[in-house]
Design a protein around this ligand. Structure first.
Ligand SMILES: Nc1ncnc2c1ncn2[C@@H]1O[C@H](COP(=O)(O)OP(=O)(O)O)[C@@H](O)[C@H]1O
Ligand SMILES: [Mg+2]
Length: 149
């Protein structure tokens, strides 16, 4: 177990979905994927790929208003968007920690708003806008070296 770093450029929404799909193969019960990056960088698209990789056929929509959406695939997927929350205290009050320490995979959009709630072994993915449709995707905290999207 090391804090392996992968960095790559996605040139299209489809490429971001495919990266999520491959990332899903490294996830297991209790995995937490902490997504960082502003509005429209592709956090929800990456989550669509993770869902596909987990064998979920349902359409993934942004949980901005529901905060947490749950899907059932090979593993349960908890798709969490904390944009509208005030931070860690709000998240705890909602029972959010139970998801992070549960038996599914948690994917959190705007995870930078939850500095105290994230487990130490969370996989962090920071997405940065480049010109055009390109996105820089930086993954840290991977549990191995076998992620080559
Ligand atoms: N390389 C790319 N990866 C992901 N999304 C992209 C890319 N290029 C353009 N887009 C567009 O950016 C938007 C990303 O939306 P979304 O995933 O909902 O962002 P976020 O959840 O970060 O706010 C979509 O409209 C998508 O078509
Ligand atoms: Mg989103």
């Amino acid at each position: 177990m090391g804090a392996f770093l992968a960095e790559f450029i996605s040139a299209s929404p489809e490429a971001t979905i495919r990266a999520g799909e491959e990332l899903a193969e490294l996830l297991h019960p209790g995995s937490v994927v902490a997504l960082r990056g502003g509005l429209g960088v592709g956090k929800t698209y990456l989550t669509k790929g993770i869902a596909r990789g987990l064998g979920i056929n349902e359409e993934i929509t942004s949980p901005t208003y529901t905060i947490i959406s749950e899907y059932q695939g090979k593993l349960p997927l908890y798709h969490i968007d904390v944009y509208r929350l005030g931070g860690d205290d709000d998240f705890s009050a909602l029972g959010g920690d139970d998801f992070l320490y549960g038996s599914g995979v948690s994917v959190i959009e705007w995870s930078e708003l939850l500095p105290r709630s994230l487990p130490k072994d969370a996989i962090t993915i920071e997405i940065t806008l480049l010109e055009g449709d390109r996105r820089l995707i930086r993954v840290t905290g991977l549990p191995g070296e076998d992620f080559h999207p």
